[in-house]
Design a protein around this ligand. Structure first.
Ligand code: UT7
Length: 335
């Protein structure tokens, strides 16, 4: 037996987000369009969630199409050619092919040259999982430029008559390019899961039961809203503070707070619990976009950039949380 050791692999000293892009479906759906089926009102929805409108994808606005559109913008922003991309991670729960993943299709349509490509199933936390994985890949040397996409067509999973979910969710995509950097641009991730609370947000049925049923119906998304609300408001603030601390910062060093856009009241409760200074600008994309699960953080950051609220070099705390229950938080530098 040879005693020769395996070669060690190392990558870039640091990783950063090099480019950002988003895709919002064309169709705007105001609260007035969803209230009748759930016996609700525009006033109730705005008060309880902060949502005024959301976007619903057309049949042409598929998971693949939206991913490619957001990715092209992120690549252009980063100044990276698709052929330089050697990793594609797509975070989604609404690609309805059980196999294979959508990531290889996205990579091929973009013109990437056979990169490692896979999907991540961590629901609303998926985008931050993808960013953490990509940063580790770049630093470990298993990839140099990784495209991370968060994309959802949640309307395919929505029961339009369910009062607890029909007004919350929407569709869209966001993407970032993660690559090497001279200074750290992606802080250490704080992430985890709580399978004890698995049932709080999930598909109502297992696909096998659906197919065995006499009249098959889509296994819609169901959620115990109040329990998720309490968990997110209190537990996630602690995770956010840990991510700030692990980045070697304090709340006074932050410029932006970009949490998963689940509910405006959850965002405000987290900001209060973390005692964020008044100068920290807070993402509020949920008002116009609803909750887009894995897509919500890049979409929210893109709106802040477009509105001039986020500038290159700003330090942003990201916190993502949702079904699993899964969560992930990190501080990133805006490209
Ligand atoms: O993205 C993954 C993570 N997801 C989340 O973080 C979502 C977290 N949860 C939430 O955002 C909130 O729980 C909701 C917005 C879903 C609901 O708000 P809530 O303040 O928790 O409402 P609730 O379920 O406690 O219901 C309060 C009241 C009830 O009436 P009573 O019993 O007080 O008379 C409900 O029947 O509001 C009623 N209600 C509604 N009324 C009008 C519940 N849903 C509706 C509705 N329209 N759609």
């Amino acid at each position: 037996m040879s005693a020769r050791p395996l070669a060690a692999q190392t990558g870039a000293a640091h990783a950063a987000i090099l480019g950002l892009g988003a895709y919002r479906p064309a169709r705007v759906v105001p609260n007035a369009e969803v209230v009748e089926a759930i016996d609700s009102s525009d006033e109730w929805i705005q008060q309880r969630s902060g949502i005024k409108e959301r976007r619903f994808a057309s049949p042409e606005e598929t998971v693949q199409m939206m991913s490619v559109a957001a990715s092209r913008r992120a690549l252009e922003h980063a100044g990276i050619d698709p052929r330089q991309v050697d990793g594609v991670i797509v975070a989604t729960v609404s690609h309805f092919m059980q196999l294979p993943a959508v990531a290889p299709l996205v990579a091929t349509e973009l013109g990437c040259e056979q990169p490692v490509a896979f999907d991540v199933s961590a629901a609303c936390a998926g985008f931050c999982h993808g960013v953490a994985l990509a940063a580790d890949m770049v630093r470990a040397g298993s990839a140099r430029h990784v495209l991370v996409v968060g994309v959802e067509r949640l309307t395919d999973m929505l029961d339009r008559t369910d009062r607890g979910t029909a007004f919350i969710f929407g569709d869209g995509a966001g993407a970032v390019v993660v690559g090497p950097s001279e200074t750290p641009g992606i802080g250490p991730v704080v992430w985890g899961s709580d399978g004890e609370q698995y049932d709080l947000i999930r598909s109502r049925d297992d696909w096998r039961d659906v197919m065995a049923a006499e009249t098959p119906v889509t296994p819609h998304l169901v959620m115990q809203g109040s329990a998720v609300f309490r968990w997110a408001s209190f537990t996630m603030a602690k995770i956010g503070l840990q991510a700030i601390d692990r980045a070697g910062l304090t709340v006074d060093d932050l410029d932006l707070f970009v949490p998963h856009q689940a509910n405006m009241r959850i965002t405000d409760a987290m900001a209060r619990a973390m005692k964020l200074p008044a100068g920290v600008r807070i993402a509020r994309d949920i008002a116009e976009q609803g909750n887009t699960s894995a897509a919500s953080i890049p979409l929210a950051l893109q709106r802040m950039v477009d509105d001039g609220e986020a500038r290159s070099g700003d330090r942003a705390l990201l916190i993502a949380f949702g079904a699993g229950l899964a969560y992930a938080a990190q501080v990133v530098v805006v490209p």
